[in-house]
Design a protein around this ligand. Structure first.
Ligand SMILES: [Zn+2]
Length: 94
């Protein structure tokens, strides 16, 4: 296990995020403005959304788009499967 680049990644990502936040662009999902003064826990607060999800090979430094927290989580709920609960597969093909 090598976690030596983790801190650097995190810092770079955070800087990209802050730069994006400073641009005050509207949410790329609902197209409404984002109040960047809201606290991070607020559903309407600013989040940086990866255009290409990291799970699909997207880079941590890939293009980011601004989104509301609620919009972002709603979208990812639709795209991916937040609950890793899978129906029991009873295939005894082997
Ligand atoms: Zn939104």
């Amino acid at each position: 296990m090598s976690g030596k680049q983790r801190g650097l990644d995190d810092r770079t990502y955070r800087r990209m995020r802050e730069a994006l936040k400073a641009q005050k662009q509207p949410c790329h999902i609902c197209k409404r403005p984002i109040d960047t003064t809201l606290p991070p826990g607020d559903p309407m607060s600013f989040t940086a959304d990866h255009v290409i999800p990291r799970s699909l090979g997207g880079s941590l430094y890939g293009q980011l788009l601004p989104a509301h927290r609620s919009c972002n989580s709603r979208r990812s709920n639709r795209v991916g499967t937040p609950n890793p609960i899978q129906p029991p597969t009873t295939s005894r093909d082997w």
